[in-house]
Design a protein around this ligand. Structure first.
Ligand SMILES: [Zn+2]
Length: 101
């Protein structure tokens, strides 16, 4: 099974992520904010040959966040049979702190 991941930012600055199958259906969604991570229900809508929308229910602020993506920007990767460690439980990456301002 091949899947692709799209990411965007919520208005509350949570980082939203969604894994898609080859029909661009949302398999799962998640949200991360600072060191917290949570499940974020995600759906895809507006599927066309060139673009589609992903809608998230942000667990941090409760907004329904809709973002459009270019189909050509999707990068599909083979998903291993054994479920890998979900992104939410990976060690948090170093956050990029702005140095000026
Ligand atoms: Zn949010």
């Amino acid at each position: 099974m091949r899947t692709a991941v799209v990411e965007s930012l919520c208005e509350c600055q949570a980082r939203l992520g969604c894994e898609l199958d080859e029909q661009r259906r949302a398999i799962r969604g998640w949200a991360r904010k600072r060191l917290r991570a949570d499940h974020a229900p995600a759906i895809t809508t507006g599927l066309s040959a060139e673009s589609f929308n992903v809608g998230w229910a942000c667990p941090f602020c409760g907004r329904n966040t809709l973002r459009s993506f270019d189909t050509n920007a999707l990068v599909y990767q083979e998903k291993p049979a054994n479920p890998s460690v979900p992104p939410a439980s990976r060690a948090a990456a170093r956050s990029s702190v702005p140095t000026n301002g």
